[in-house]
Design a protein around this ligand. Sequence first.
Ligand SMILES: Cc1cc2nc3c(=O)[nH]c(=O)nc-3n(C[C@H](O)[C@H](O)[C@H](O)COP(=O)(O)OP(=O)(O)OC[C@H]3O[C@@H](n4cnc5c(N)ncnc54)[C@H](O)[C@@H]3O)c2cc1C
Length: 500
Amino acid sequence: MKSKSVIVIGAGIGGIVAATHLAQHGIKVTVIEKNSRAGGRCDRISREGHHFDTGPTLFVMPLLYEAEFRALGTSVHEMLDLRRVDPTYHLVFDDGSQLTLTSDMKSMQKQLETFESGSFQGLLRYLNEGHRHYHLGMEKLVNRDFRKASEFFTFHHLPLLYQLKPFVNHYGNMSAYFDDPRLKAAFTFQDVYMGLSPFEAPATFSMMPYTELAHGVWYPRGGLYRVVEALMELGREAGVEFVFNSHVERIDTNSAHARGVVLSDGQRLESDAVLANADLPYVYKDLLPDKNLAESLSRKRFSCSVISFFWGLDKTYERLGPHTLFLASDYRENFERIIRDLSLPDNPSLYIHAPARLDPSMSPRGQDTLIAIVPVGHISANREQNWAELRDEARQHVFRRLASLGIIDLESHIKFETTFMPPSWRKRYNLMKGSTHGLCHNLTQLGFFRPRNRHPRYHNLYFAGASTHPGTGMPTALVSGRLSAQRIMDDFQIQSGAAC
Ligand SMILES: Cc1cc2nc3c(=O)[nH]c(=O)nc-3n(C[C@H](O)[C@H](O)[C@H](O)COP(=O)(O)OP(=O)(O)OC[C@H]3O[C@@H](n4cnc5c(N)ncnc54)[C@H](O)[C@@H]3O)c2cc1C
C-alpha cells in the first residue's frame, strides 16, 4: 500500500515533533519552513562568539520534556546535557529589597520571614495548592485533546471547578497566603508567560511557580536552541524531509479538504493531509480562503509582546545571575498598560538573562552575553504605535534598573546590539499582532474553548503550536505536536482501514 503523505507548514517545535511522530509511523513527511533554520520562536543568533537564545530562555516543566522525549523513543537526559538552575530567579523590587527564589526551603524560610512574618507557612500552603493544580491540570487538561464537546463537558470534570479554582482570580487568591505585595508578585509574575495579567488569570496558574520550585528550572548546555537541534536530529533520523527558505503562500483547498500547499514561487505540492504549525490566527487569515473564521479568530484575545535587546559586551558582569527579574511596585498598573493600553508601562517590570553564568561557552572569555526582555503591548489593529520610541524608552529602563544594582557602565561596554520588537516577531515568524505567545490563556480560550488541532471544515487540515491546544511554551508545543500527529494517525486509520 502506498504510504500516506503529510506536508507540515513550519519547523517550529510543534511542527518538528508532529513530523517526527508521523515519520516514525511510516508516513512520508515534508516540512516547509520559510526561514533558513528550524526552531521558529525558539531561535538563535550567534555573533563574534556570543550566542543568544532569542526566544525561550527558561527550560521549565521538565516532566513534560521527559514524557515527550520518551514518546519520541528517546530520553531527554541522553540527548541534552541538562543542569538544574538553582537559585532560579533573582528578584529585585523597587524598594531595593531582593528575593532569591530557590528550592532550598531553609533559604526560602529565612528570606520570606524578613518580608513578612509567617509567610513561609503561606508559601508551603501555596505550593501545596500549586502541586494539586499542576498534576490535575496536566492529567485532565494538558495531556489530552478534546475532539468532542462531550469529552470536555463531562460529569468527571465537575470537581475540577473547585479543585483547579478556574473562576478564582490568581492575584486575589494570593491574599490567602501572603499580605506583602512583593510576595504576591513573586509568585504570580509567571502568568505573563500565558499572556495574562495575574489580576485576570485563573488561580489555576499557581501550577507555574510550583513546578519551577518543585521540578526546577533547567538549562541545556549550549543553550535552549539545543532542544531544537536534538528534535531535528530525531526528525531526520525518522526520515522527515526539511525544506528551508520556502514560504507557503496558501493552503490548497476544495470544499471539504486540503489538497496540499502552494509555495510563493508558484510550486504546488500535494499531500494526503496538511499540518500547519505556523501561528494559527495567521494561518486562517493568510493561508485559508474563509475570511469569516479568520476574522473571528483575530478578535480573540492575544498575549502581549516583548522588546528584546541582545547585547554582546566586552566585559563580564559576574554579579548578574542567570535570570534576574525587576518587579515594579505598580504591579497592577504594569499589566494594565501592557494588556489594556497595548503600550509600555512608565516603570516596567523587566527580565535580564545572562547565559554565560550557566554555560561559559555562550560568550567569549572575559566578555559577556546579555539579553534584556521588556514586556510591551502587542501590535494594535486600530492605531499606530511608535516602536522606535518605545524601544528607546525600554532601553533606558533597562539601564536604569541595572544602575540600581550598581551596574552603571553597561552601555559603554556594548560591542553590538540587536533588537527584536513586535513588528520583528510578526515578520520573522508570521506571528499575528507580533504577539510572542499567541492566543492568550484566559478561561474562554482554554481546554475545549481553545482552537482545536483539526480544522472544522477541512478534515485533513491539522494544527499544532502555541495558539492551539494545549497552549504556549516549549513543553506544551511538544505536547501539541504529539496530539496533532496522533489525531492524523487516528484519522488515517479510519480512512485507510489500516494502521499507518
Ligand atoms: C520572547 C519569547 C520568550 C519565550 N520564553 C519562553 C521560555 O522561556 N520558555 C518556554 O517554554 N517558552 C517560551 N516561549 C514560548 C515558546 O517559544 C513558544 O511557545 C514555542 O516555541 C512555539 O512553538 P510553535 O510550535 O508554536 O512554533 P513557532 O515557534 O510559532 O514556529 C512556527 C514556524 O512556522 C514558520 N512559518 C510561519 N509561516 C510560514 C509560512 N507561510 N511558510 C513556511 N513557514 C512558515 C515560522 O517561520 C516558524 O518557524 C517564548 C517565546 C518568545 C517569543
